[in-house]
Design a protein around this ligand. Structure first.
Ligand SMILES: Cc1cc2nc3c(=O)[nH]c(=O)nc-3n(C[C@H](O)[C@H](O)[C@H](O)COP(=O)(O)OP(=O)(O)OC[C@H]3O[C@@H](n4cnc5c(N)ncnc54)[C@H](O)[C@@H]3O)c2cc1C
Length: 425
């Protein structure tokens, strides 16, 4: 079992530092009357960070975080759980530290938003009023796009494990129970989806486990896209050099239908012992029911200076639910950065001040190719006032030369640090 090092690395700072500079005058302010009530829905990467930074930078903002789950369970590093290299406890953290910094954490399900009335309804009947609302609901699936998928998911014949939690545990159990000589088939939806390199990381990590635990078994990667969507050359190298004997990758292989015995593609049928279907995705249900989806019937268009939904100024939408700016990935790191832009803007708006007109955000995304070796891709994104969107800064970031054990240790440190940053640990 790999141990996650606690070493602090300064990878998360860019967005924070820039926004904090703009707010230098209010750091540490905690006395006096509240400058406003902010409710944050969703205690994942975006929402938890927003709640924390509203307290850190605003001091006297009244912040309530509503989250349906008891704990934060991280999708990043969850592929290592599927490979047996980490445990669920390693990727699970509580919300107590956020409470300790003054965030009111409410466990509950938000069922509806009354946009003009500035209040939201909770399952069980309660209501919460707000001056500004932050929504980071993540993704929900569109299983109806694939014949037979809704019932296959309901009956637990297939698993997505694309939201970490019980699905991760169930998929790991299936992989462990698979006979030696069995086939693990993974289906990747067309982009855009949450975490572009995530499926290829999963393929490698599962293949790594099978290579030693069930050496006659095989990973079959069926990708609806024409090619690998992130870190292409590096993943191709890993597929070839590490897993040529037990991993097969097929592009342009879109899943059309699931029957009780077969996965049907356009030109062939696939039989497998374990089926991992990552369904097509859209912004979370709450964004849809609140009428915030404005792009391609799937994503929330936002004003990137404040992260407010174009359909409802006053509601700030973060993370995977947004229609991404060009070159901007749907990642936990990026949701964390969206949160900092929104927290800074909310405090300034509540105080009647101008928001930062030149925000900069960054992303680093590590992928494991075995239980211990990883590689990264990084990028910096600057707001472009003419086109009103973030654009990748030319020459910024880049990718690893090769996967390595050293980057494996960095990847685990990155996880520790972003959990600490988001959850005030
Ligand atoms: C296998 C995998 C590996 C990944 N690896 C990486 C990685 O290495 N690096 C990286 O940066 N990103 C990675 N990601 C992507 C990352 O997990 C997401 O981009 C990130 O979680 C997005 O943050 P979010 O706040 O938008 O959504 P989430 O983190 O999913 O948070 C949404 C939260 O909202 C809550 N919620 C939703 N609706 C309601 C409601 N109505 N009421 C109450 N609560 C609600 C949910 O319970 C959830 O806690 C990975 C993803 C996967 C699947």
């Amino acid at each position: 079992m790999l141990k996650i090092p606690v070493q602090r690395r300064r990878l998360l700072g860019a967005g924070a530092a820039l926004a904090a500079t703009a707010l230098a005058g209010c750091a540490g302010m905690s006395s006096g009357p509240s400058i406003g009530r902010v409710v944050v829905v969703g205690g994942g990467y975006g929402g938890a960070t927003a709640a924390r930074y509203l307290k850190l930078w605003g001091g006297n903002v009244d912040v309530t975080l509503v989250e349906r789950n008891a704990d934060f369970v991280s999708c990043p590093i969850s592929n290592l759980v599927l490979g047996g290299y980490q445990r669920m406890a390693d990727i699970t953290r509580g919300y107590d530290a956020l409470k300790a910094v003054g965030v009111k954490v409410l466990r509950g399900e938000v069922t509806a938003i009354d946009v003009p009335g500035r209040k939201l309804r909770l399952a069980g009947g309660g209501e919460l009023s707000y001056d500004r609302l932050v929504l980071s609901p993540g993704i929900d699936f569109m299983p109806e796009q694939i014949g037979g998928l809704p019932s296959a998911l309901d009956s637990e014949r297939v698993f997505h494990a694309w939201k970490a939690g019980p699905q991760t545990v169930a998929l790991r159990q299936r992989i462990e129970a698979m006979p030696d000589g069995g086939v693990f088939a993974m289906f990747i939806p067309k982009s855009p989806y949450r975490c572009p390199p995530g499926p290829y990381e999963r393929a490698c990590v599962v293949a790594s486990y099978l290579k030693t635990a069930k050496p006659r078994s095989k990973v079959l990667v069926l990708d609806a896209n024409p090619e690998i969507q992130s870190k292409k050359g590096l993943f191709e190298k890993s597929f070839k050099e590490l897993y040529s004997a037990n991993l097969e990758y097929r592009p342009n292989a879109e899943l059309k239908e699931l029957t009780p015995t077969l996965a049907k593609l356009d030109f062939e049928d696939v039989k497998a012992d374990v089926l991992n279907v990552i369904p097509p995705q859209r912004a979370g249900d709450l964004a849809r029911s609140a009428g915030l989806i404005t792009v391609n019937n799937r994503w929330v268009g936002v004003n990137w200076l404040t992260m407010e939904a174009t359909a409802a100024p006053g509601i700030h939408v973060l993370g995977d639910a947004t229609f991404s700016a060009p070159g901007m990935p749907k990642s936990g790191h990026m949701a964390n950065q969206h949160a900092k832009v929104s927290a800074a803007a909310i405090i300034q708006l509540l105080k009647g001040e101008a928001v930062n007109a030149t925000p900069v955000v960054m992303n680093t995304c590590y992928s494991f190719v075995s239980g211990s070796e990883a590689m990264h891709v990084a990028s910096v994104h600057q707001y472009d006032a003419a086109d009103k969107t973030f654009k990748t800064v030319p020459g910024s970031g880049g990718v690893s030369a090769a996967a390595s054990q050293m980057e494996g240790r960095y990847a685990l440190s990155w996880a520790q640090n972003i959990w600490a940053d988001s959850l005030a640990l």
